[in-house]
Ligand binder design. Structure first.
Ligand SMILES: *Cc1c(COP(=O)(O)O)cnc(C)c1O
Length: 397
């Protein structure tokens, strides 16, 4: 034990992957909640956060939820996804995206991402829909499963937007709804417009590792006032009468509290400055690491204003001389936290029986990618330590 303590104390200071930064009015607003006893689901901060999100995303409405997962689950229910339906989901994303499809009794069909920006491959989606599905009584039937395809769930991965114009053309052509998973992309713009207002409904997350946080929380954004009303109803236990306990549907306890929203409102005030910092961190990494043979990163599309939520590199073991896991280990020795990307969903135990269409890119990214520290409060000196570590491990040439 003593030996271990000595060893750790010699280590340079810890650099985390991505941690919350609470630098604004969080404490002031929280104090107000406690002093006024507005701590639960009703309260001025919940409404304020919803109004500010709707304004930022450019939708008529926004409904706060207690997690991004709850937002996605509710959005799918509101969109009418149910038992026996299918939803196209990217193979590379955090597993919550696919889980929420299963919560509704529906099945995800996993689609590949393209190698440039790592977003859902729209060319493959179109090919899948035209070759593997058929139209029957106005329904799009998957020829293999015989289930009805109802929606596409693009995930704007790592703070970079999908090509939504192209995706929407395909979705409209086949009569599919578009549910945007924006959990990693608050602040991200597509052709100058915020993600979350481009499809039929959008979902955000304020989990602790996202660009801003309120401890935990989520938001549903939509242009449709009827969907807004339905989402409010389902997230508050589907109460049909304000007085009596009458329920016409199975509801959920999914609402955000005023305490969480107080932190959320304070964080939203900081979002633009955080986005600026994230983009600066990414561009410093790109400049320094772009020169190292065997280290690459996803490109930024011409339509994108990316927030670089988690800055992620790809390590080519042949050219770099080491694998991403070697690099991760070397970083760990320097007390620098990094993370591999999510394992392809079609390889995860709950989804071994799910359909996956022509997956080629996601296993390669899982094998070789590594996310680097990029907290909003990462100092230049800390970033230089990360860069130096990657430079030093590179194969001598
Ligand atoms: C974080 C995340 C979620 C889930 O959000 P929570 O607030 O943690 O429930 C869903 N989808 C993606 C892509 C995420 O990154």
């Amino acid at each position: 034990m003593a030996k271990r303590v000595t060893k750790t104390s010699k280590k340079p200071s810890f650099i985390p992957l991505s941690v919350p930064y609470l630098s604004g009015n969080e404490m002031k607003y929280l104090k107000e909640c406690i002093e006024t006893s507005w701590v639960s689901y009703l309260g001025p901060y919940v409404s304020r956060m919803e109004e500010q999100m709707a304004k930022r995303v450019g939708t008529a409405r926004a409904v706060a939820t207690n997690s991004g997962t709850a937002a996605l689950h509710t959005a799918l229910l509101v969109a009418g996804i149910g038992t026996g339906d299918e939803v196209l989901v990217p193979d590379l994303t955090f597993i919550a995206t696919a889980n929420t499809v299963r919560y509704c009794g529906a099945a995800p069909v996993f689609m590949d991402v393209e190698p440039d920006y790592w977003q859902m491959d729209i060319h493959k989606i179109e090919r899948f829909l035209s070759e593997e599905c058929r139209n029957e009584d106005g329904k799009l039937i998957n020829k293999k499963s015989l289930r009805t395809i109802k929606a596409i769930m693009p995930v704007h991965l790592l703070g970079h937007p999908c090509d939504m114009d192209r995706l929407l053309i395909v979705a409209r052509k086949y009569g599919l709804l578009v549910i945007e998973d924006c959990a990693q992309s608050l602040g991200t713009l597509y052709k100058g417009k915020s993600v979350g207002g481009l499809g039929d409904i959008g979902c955000f997350s304020y989990n602790g590792n996202k660009i801003i946080t309120c401890g935990g929380g989520g938001m549903i954004t939509t242009h449709r006032t009827d969907w807004d009303a339905r989402a409010r109803y389902l997230t508050t236990q589907a109460k049909d009468s304000p007085i009596d306990y009458v329920h016409e549907a199975i509801g959920y306890n999914y609402r955000l509290t005023n305490i969480q929203a107080a932190v959320g409102v304070a964080q939203l005030e900081k979002l633009d400055s955080y986005v600026k910092i994230k983009r600066r961190i990414a561009s410093r990494y790109e400049q320094a690491l772009g020169k190292i043979p065997g280290i690459t990163f996803p490109k930024t599309a011409p339509w994108a204003f990316a927030t670089h939520w988690l800055f992620t590199i790809v390590v080519d073991p042949l050219r770099y001389g080491k694998t991403n896991r070697d690099l991760q280990k070397a970083m760990e020795d320097q007390n620098i936290q990094t993370r591999a990307l999510w394992a392809p969903l079609h390889e995860q135990r709950p989804y071994l029986d799910a359909q996956a269409y022509r997956i080629e890119v996601t296993p390669h990214l899982f094998q070789n990618a590594l996310s680097l520290p990029c907290s909003v409060n990462l100092t230049t000196r800390e970033q230089d330590r990360v860069i130096a570590c990657i430079q030093h491990l590179a194969a001598p040439r």
